[in-house]
Design a protein around this ligand. Structure first.
Ligand code: GRF
Length: 194
C-alpha cells in the first residue's frame, strides 16, 4: 500500500477528497501518512478530524529550513508527496531528492496559465481575461521549474461566456475533486513513472 503525504496551505478541499477516497476504499490502495501545512490552514483540521498526523512547518523559517524540515518529516515514511494547494516553493535539492515522487495539482490546462504568479484566483482571472473557451485542471510531476513538470492527467471544461473568475474557480474545483483521486488511483494501480 502506498504511503502518501499531502502538503497544503489552505482550505484543503482536495485533501478532503483524498481522505474520503482513502476511507471509502478501506485504505487498501493508499494511506495518507501525514499532512503538512506551511501556515495555519483550515485544511489541517480536516486531517486531524480524520485521525491523520499533521505538522505545521511555518514558511517564515525560509525556504532552506522549510525544505529541510519537510524532508526530515517525510524521509522513510512517504512514497509520494502530493502538493494540494501548497504555495511554498521548495529547494532544488529537495526536488532532486524526491524527483518523480512529487505531484502537484494546478487549476488550469498546463502549459497554459501556469508559472510564476499563476496560483489561486489569478489563474482563473487570466483565463477569463484571455477569453479562453476551455479550461480545466492538471496533475503533473514537480520539477525544478514552476508548473513545468511532466503532465500526468488533465480534465477540461467549456468556459461559459457568462462565467466570471469566481464561477470558473468553482467549476474547476469540482473537476479537481475528480481528477486528483483518479490520478492517485492510477498511481496505485499501475504506478506512473517520469
Ligand atoms: C486548488 O485549486 C489547486 O489546484 C491549487 O490550489 C487550490 C487548492 O484548493 N493548487 P484546496 O485547498 O484543495 O481547496
Amino acid at each position: 500500500m502506498l504511503q502518501i503525504a499531502v502538503l497544503i496551505s489552505g482550505g484543503g478541499s482536495n485533501l478532503q477528497c483524498l481522505i474520503d477516497t482513502m476511507k471509502d476504499s478501506g485504505e487498501k490502495e493508499f494511506s495518507i501518512c501525514t499532512v503538512i501545512s506551511d501556515r495555519e490552514a483550515s485544511g489541517l483540521k480536516r486531517a486531524e478530524k480524520a485521525g491523520i498526523e499533521t505538522h505545521l512547518v511555518d514558511r517564515k523559517i525560509g525556504r532552506p529550513k522549510l525544505s529541510e524540515e519537510i524532508n526530515r518529516i517525510l524521509s522513510g515514511k512517504a512514497d509520494y508527496i502530493i502538493l494540494a494547494g501548497f504555495l511554498s516553493i521548495l529547494e532544488e535539492s529537495f526536488i532532486e531528492q524526491w524527483m518523480g515522487k512529487i505531484i502537484n495539482i494546478h487549476p488550469s490546462l498546463l502549459p497554459d496559465f501556469g508559472g510564476k504568479g499563476m496560483y489561486g484566483m489569478h489563474v482563473h482571472e487570466a483565463v477569463i481575461q484571455a477569453g479562453a473557451e476551455v479550461s480545466g485542471c492538471t496533475v503533473h510531476f514537480v520539477d525544478k521549474g514552476i508548473d513545468t513538470g511532466e503532465i500526468i492527467n488533465q480534465m477540461s471544461i467549456s468556459v461559459d461566456r457568462s462565467w466570471d473568475a469566481v464561477r470558473l474557480q468553482k467549476e474547476v474545483l469540482k473537476l479537481e475533486h475528480k481528477l486528483l483521486p483518479q490520478t492517485v488511483h492510477l498511481l496505485c494501480e499501475k504506478g506512473i513513472n517520469l
